[in-house]
Ligand binder design. Structure first.
Ligand SMILES: [Zn+2]
Length: 234
């Protein structure tokens, strides 16, 4: 296919002036003729063949003329299923979207800060990190009396031992989000050890965040799945 020629006589209908496109046979034709060659376009309200293929791969038995609205309803179901949110499969798109919004839960990886320092009670963070393993659930605690960083968020084992802090960007997000109704937790993704004697161990974290309207059972299941995943990976 060549570049469109600005104006000229269409090889198809012979009309001029026309904005022309060269087709594979080498002819220069106008939009009207091109439409005739390509045949009728798929109606706009139907899902595309790619979208239909995606649904079939996910196990949905859908027809070739699936409406776009139904495609959106089914993809919302896939999202809910991936987040372990129970739903009624005959629910409307609006009902499913509302369920997704209310039970929103997600996670991403972040790094732990302050691993080379000692805790204020004198305990050694490197020694504490050495006792940790991937998949361990941690607690986040806003530290309002921190003398250096007023926005500090401490990262703590369930037994109370402190591993370090969140980096300032995530710390601000957690502090602001907590006031706006978000819940946070962290899981150890992996202990970062470059194998060099004398180097500090680092900690890769998974930061989990959920809307506080989310069902507790859903949050628990999401966290349990993550714990299992990171335990198995190491
Ligand atoms: Zn033409």
């Amino acid at each position: 296919m060549g570049n469109p020629k600005p104006k000229g006589i269409c090889d198809g209908c012979g009309k001029s002036p026309r904005t022309l496109t060269q087709i594979e046979s080498g002819q220069w034709i106008c939009v009207t003729c091109l439409r005739e060659i390509r045949g009728p376009q798929r109606p706009k309200h139907l899902a595309t063949p790619e979208q239909i293929a995606t649904l079939r791969k996910q196990g949905f038995d859908v027809s070739d003329d699936l409406p776009k609205a139904e495609y959106r309803r089914l993809t919302t179901m896939i999202t809910l299923r991936s987040r372990s949110v129970p739903f009624n499969s005959s629910a409307t798109l609006e009902e499913l979207e509302e369920l997704e919004y209310r039970n929103y839960i997600n996670h991403r990886s972040v790094n732990l800060a302050g691993v080379s320092h000692n805790n204020r009670d004198g305990t050694n963070r490197q020694q504490i990190i050495r006792r940790c393993s991937a998949g361990e659930l941690l607690r986040l605690k806003a530290e309002d009396d921190n003398p250096v960083y007023p926005n500090a968020v401490a990262v703590i084992r369930l037994n109370g031992e402190q591993l370090g802090y969140l980096h300032s960007e995530e710390a601000e997000e957690v502090r602001k989000g907590s006031q706006e109704g978000w819940l946070y937790a962290a899981i150890i993704n992996k202990i970062l050890d470059d194998g060099v004697k004398g180097h500090y161990l680092g900690v890769g974290l998974i930061l989990v965040y959920a809307r506080s309207t989310a069902d507790t059972a859903i949050i628990k299941e999401h966290i349990a799945n993550l714990i299992r995943k990171y335990q198995e990976a190491h």
